[in-house]
Design a protein. Sequence first.
Length: 200
Amino acid sequence: MSIPPPRPVVTYSGARLSVDRERMMEVNRWVTNEDLNIREDPSFWVHDETTRDEVYPWEGMRIQGDSVWVRVSTRYPDTRLVHHIYGHLHLMVHMGRQELWLPEAPDAVGYDLERAILARTADAWVLGRTVFGTSPYGPLDELAFAKEEGFLDAFIFTARPDEFATTRAQWARQNPGEVDRYREWFLDTFSREPPGLRPS
């Protein structure tokens, strides 16, 4: 399936996100398949819990039986499918379908699984922003830019400091100074502190 040529996305700070069309064609292929599965497979349900707040994909997500609930901001309808994809991938793991929907991480667990799911979530948002002109949305823009700049691990570990403690500690030992580099990049790119370091 052909798609329009991707257009660069530029933040207010001048940071630029540019992607290759062939890569986006592959992302579009699996996003389309996943969207179809979410809408048409009767063996499970993906439910919205609406909010007016800006939310990260993992915030408020819960699974019970054959259903997953994800929070979606009513002010940003463009984000709905991406949040559904995040919830759907977690539900597919729960239902024993991980290999089908996460072929790049068929046996991943714990942090490796969450990282793989968030990498796909980021790619789906990059597709929307660069190819289909979806509106800016802080939480997903942060995730997407961080992933594209090689800061996905730093983004996750900083935004969710109370999770994945053992993996986070090992990563910090192996990557000294990376959190500081990530924080400096984030401030330059978004003119605010990264999630996890903001005043409550």
